[in-house]
Design a protein around this ligand. Sequence first.
Ligand code: MD6
Ligand code: FE
Length: 208
Amino acid sequence: MGRAEFLRPGMVYHPGWFDAAGQGELLAQLRAAVAEAPLFTPTMPKTGKPFSVAMTNLGPLGWVSDRQGGYRYQSTHPETGRPWPALPPVLLQLWQKVSAYPHPPEACLVNLYRPGARMGLHQDRDETDFAAPIVSVSLGDDALFRHGGTTRGGATQSLRLCSGDVLVFGGEARLCFHGIDRIYPGTSTLLKDGGRINLTLRRVTPGP
Ligand code: MD6
Ligand code: FE
């Protein structure tokens, strides 16, 4: 576990939170989950343009997007119609350690970046509760992550995220703009076909 660092008010970076063994265990659990809830390609609201990132979810709720319904959370997989797989204990424990929030996460969005995939600058605001932070985990190839303030077009800073890193977006940083400019292929051997996985743990509704 590395030393925590404040990147901006509310944004805490924990480099190397998961060691190689921890990353391997987490990946094995993700593989089992993806067998139950296959990766799908979301599409943009209105235009129907496909995302370059493939997704699935774990937990009671999952984030989905398509042309008709737009961005939303739902309790079932958009293709299989089945409930999402359970959140593994290791992720619930991570949330307890770093979130400083009294209720468990309800969703874990799994993003798979194959080489060339990226994620444009965005805010995560489809949740009804912004009091809880979002906790993110990076696995696989390094990525160039960009973060700015809460208005689009403001100054941004960049950071190279590596496999095993954890990032917490809380407080003032909860609604900051952020995105992934690029993946650096061949920088990790964790995923046998290369690429990067990002997990984001979210509280969607206010606590009970
Ligand atoms: C990524 N991360 O690292 C994209 N969102 O692939 C996110 O979009 C993100 O890292 C909310 C909070 C933390 C994040
Ligand atoms: Fe995000």
